[in-house]
Each structure stands twice: as C-alpha cells, then as structure tokens.
Design a protein around this ligand. Structure first.
Ligand SMILES: Cc1cc2nc3c(=O)[nH]c(=O)nc-3n(C[C@H](O)[C@H](O)[C@H](O)COP(=O)(O)OP(=O)(O)OC[C@H]3O[C@@H](n4cnc5c(N)ncnc54)[C@H](O)[C@@H]3O)c2cc1C
Length: 438
C-alpha cells in the first residue's frame, strides 16, 4: 500500500512552451522547479503519477551530512541550509527539524568506520560527536551499546509533505504542475532538445531536467543515452501514534524515526531485494563491486519487474501508451516477513512499542548508481538536457540542493557547488569515482 501523502491539484492546461520542462516531481524535480520559477523562468513540472508519489514520500526522512561520501558533502551542507529556509520562504510546515541523528552499534568495525569518518567531518567543519557505550545507552533509553555517534546538527523532514509543499512553492512563483502526465520522450532537433512529448501534448522547450528517479535510465535509453542505474526493493512500516521515545535512531537491527504526528517510521537499513531484470543484466558489470562491497543484506529475486516497470525489456512509440502510463506510481508490495521482522526488532529495542499497531507498510525501489553518488549533469551529445537521478538511497536530504544544482545547470547560472563530482561522464568514460565508504 502506498504511504500517506499530501495531495495537490494540477494546473488545468498544459503550456505550449516553457523555458524549462522538469520531468518527474519527486523531491529533486519539485526543488528544481521551485528554484527555477523563483528566478523568473517559465517552468512546467510534469509527473506521470502524483507529486511525491514514489521514493520521495517512501523514505525515512533523514537529512544528514553524517557518514556521507566526501564528494557529496558540499551539496549536503548546502541542502541543510535550504531545508532551514523553506518554512520561512514558502510557508507551511515541511517538517524539517534539526533534531540530531543518533547512531548506536555493538559492531566494533562499524564504530571504527564512524570514528574514521570524523576526519572527513573535521575537514568540512561538521559537528559530529562519538558516543561511548554509556553515552549511547543514555541517548537510546538505556540499551547497552559498545558505542555510537551523534550528528548534532543533522535532522529530518516529513516525506509525506516535502515534495508537494515545494511544488506548491514553485507554483506560487508561476510554475505549472501537471500530474497524470507522463513525458513519453524528447523532441530533438540537430542534437538539441526542442520539446518534450507528453501524453497530453507537446511542450516546446530548449531545456529539460530529467528527475525521474528509478525510471531515468529507461528514459535515457530510449534516446540512446547510457545511464547505469539499478534499484533495490525495500520494505518500510509506519506505526500508529506512540509515546515519545526518540527523534531518530539508527541501529544495525532497525532504524526508527519519529514523525510530525507522533507515529514512527521503522525499517531495517540495507535490507532489500535486487530483482533480476534486463536493465540489471545490462549494467551488471558496473554494479558488481558495489553489490559485493555494500549490500550484504540484499537478496536476489525474479519477479514481474523483468517484464513490467522501469527496468523491463522493450522500447515504446511516442504516439501511444508508454510504460510510464502503465505504472503511474511504483508501489511494490511490501514483504510481509520484513514487516514482521522489523516490528519484532523495534519492539525488542523499545518494549513500549509492544502494543502499538502498524498503521501502514509499503514497498519502494531505491535507485542507485554504481558508485552510490548521483548524476546531476548535462549529457554529452544532447544539448539542453540535464540528468538528475541515481540518488542511491540518500537523495531526500540532498533533494533541495540537488534540485538547485540541476536548475543552475539547466539555465547556465553559477552552480551552487562544484558540479564535477556529479558528472554523467564518470560512469561512461572510465573516470568513475570509487564506491562511497557508506
Ligand atoms: C525506504 C527508503 C528509505 C530512504 N531513506 C532516506 C533518508 O532517510 N534520507 C535520504 O536522504 N534519502 C532516503 N531515501 C532515498 C530518497 O527517498 C531518494 O533518493 C529520493 O527521494 C529520490 O528523489 P527523486 O526526486 O530523485 O526520485 P523520486 O521521488 O522517485 O521521483 C521521481 C518521480 O519521477 C516520476 N517520473 C518518472 N518518469 C517519468 C516520466 N517519464 N514522466 C513523468 N514523470 C516521471 C515518477 O513518477 C516519480 O514521481 C530512502 C529511500 C527509500 C526507498
């Protein structure tokens, strides 16, 4: 079942032209539309389903600098400032709180990794504090831990609200929003974008941002662009409103996040299923090192995604129904065994949750690149096209700055951070970065 999500209305009419068309209204596309419209550009935000309906409403809501790959840190730091400014700028509570994030573990290897990351934190001036076993215990209701870390100025926002509120912010500056409106493909003239072909008609434009989440690789492939991307299916649950036990806690067993309404989002970090798909096979070589290094908890499975969905076989014509219209919202069935295991672990950690029921559970695909760093970049050979996808399980917190950077690149403004770490070419020409430590 899909999670609770704030719904917003669409604009009545599709514009015939726009300065920029943003394809995909998750947190990244909504943020891109917001910053473009705020600067006075005519923007159309097109979404095949509903604003925020896929990953951006299905995540834990953590907005963190802690444990990031150093290549992402400048972007993550800018993102925190932008999160701070939203409520002030847009109005409406997007749920962002610098509540701090607590990590606790009994795994000495993991604690050593956190300790090692402190050197990165020091270089960037990020306030993070290692916790002794007794300090970690004091911060987590008395459990016994070997150690932990407290990222003091990190926080969380409300996934059910963030993308819709940002999209409304874009509209207040003149952007138009079009849901149930899949982009079927690009109109291309002499190697440059000249329009976006949607299921509701053509929008003429010279500038496109593709922020299509798990669908981005398929969209790119239709235009001959190689974008190695793989998705892991994961399961997550939300409780009924419960007593206040914590703000946000990661442990190797499970992670709990208190939401605005007093319920908890609970999940097991890293646990998921990698479904064998034609796209997965195409990019298997690129992803092998990552799966070996990072995703020990991942199971392999064969399901309907081989034939249906973003990673399935086949192309499509622009004048009839496409895969984007056949699956308006990616809403994979949550794993019942994962829900039961997650709940049992959370209750073992916090017996006060014993009688608290599960309100909803849902599945989601987490889209990733081979080096776990997103692509936010123009693409060689196609003028006017900016790709912003592959957020590798940590794009919600980055979202505002990622959208800002995509917007900067689309209209040629000074980029909010150095865009080179996010270049598309690193995944194509062998100049690929190392796999991130975390
Ligand atoms: C269980 C889980 C927990 C997570 N926890 C965190 C966390 O705590 N912190 C964090 O920072 N990140 C977290 N993430 C990752 C984060 O949710 C994603 O990285 C982020 O939401 C990606 O945003 P996006 O805008 O790129 O993609 P999405 O939110 O997936 O949006 C893409 C949108 O594009 C639309 N679209 C695709 N193709 C087309 C088309 N052709 N035409 C029109 N529309 C199209 C889709 O319908 C979709 O709405 C988590 C993810 C999951 C699943």
């Amino acid at each position: 079942m899909s999670p609770t999500l704030e719904r917003i209305a669409s604009n009545a009419r599709l514009p015939a032209e726009a300065d920029v068309v943003v394809i995909g209204a998750g947190i990244v596309g909504s943020a891109a539309a917001y910053y473009l419209a705020k600067r006075g550009h005519a923007v159309a935000l097109v979404e095949k389903g509903v604003v925020g309906g896929e990953q951006s409403s299905r995540n834990w809501g953590w907005c963190r600098q802690q444990n990031r790959d150093a290549r992402e840190l400048p972007l993550a730091m800018r993102a925190m400032d932008l999160w701070d400014s939203f409520s002030r700028e847009i109005g409406g509570d997007i749920g962002f709180r610098r509540s701090g994030l607590v990590y606790a573990s009994n795994d000495t290897g993991q604690i050593a990794q956190w300790e090692k990351w402190r050197e990165t934190a020091r270089q960037f001036g990020i306030d993070t504090r290692m916790l002794s076993g007794s300090e970690a215990a004091a911060m987590t209701g008395g459990h016994s831990w070997r150690g932990g870390v407290h990222s003091v100025s990190d926080g969380k926002a409300e996934p059910a609200r963030a993308a819709p509120v940002l999209a409304e912010g874009a509209r207040s500056h003149g952007a138009s929003i079009h849901q149930d409106c899949a982009a079927r493909g690009l109109d291309i003239t002499n190697g440059a974008v000249s329009g976006v072909i949607t299921e509701k008609g053509l929008i003429r434009t010279r500038s496109v941002i593709l922020s299509g989440g798990a669908w981005a690789s398929a969209f790119c492939r239709r235009h001959g662009i190689r974008f190695p991307q793989a998705s892991i299916r994961s399961t997550i649950l939300r409780t009924e409103v419960a007593p206040k036990l914590l703000n946000a806690l990661y442990t190797p067993d499970c992670a709990l996040t208190r939401r605005l309404d007093g319920s908890y989002t609970i999940a097991i970090s890293g646990k998921g299923t990698l479904e064998i798909t034609p796209q997965g096979l195409r990019y298997a070589r690129e992803f092998l090192p990552m799966f070996i290094k990072r995703l020990k908890a991942v199971e392999f499975g064969l399901g309907t995604s081989f034939f249906r969905g973003p990673e399935a076989l086949g192309g499509w014509a622009f004048d009839r129904e496409t895969p984007f219209e056949r699956i308006r919202v990616l809403d994979p069935v949550p794993s019942r065994t994962s829900v039961a295991l997650t709940l049992a672990r959370a209750r073992a950690l916090y017996p006060a949750l014993q009688d608290v029921a599960v309100r909803e559970s849902w599945g989601s695909y987490i889209d990733s690149t081979p080096d776990a760093v997103p692509v936010i970049s123009p693409v060689a050979g196609l003028q006017g096209f900016v790709l912003a996808a592959g957020f590798s399980g940590h794009g919600f917190g980055l979202g505002p700055a990622a959208g800002h950077l995509a917007a900067d690149l689309a209209v040629g403004d000074t980029p909010i951070v150095d865009p080179r770490p996010f270049r598309h070419s690193r995944l194509i020409d062998g100049s690929r970065g190392e796999i991130g430590e975390f």
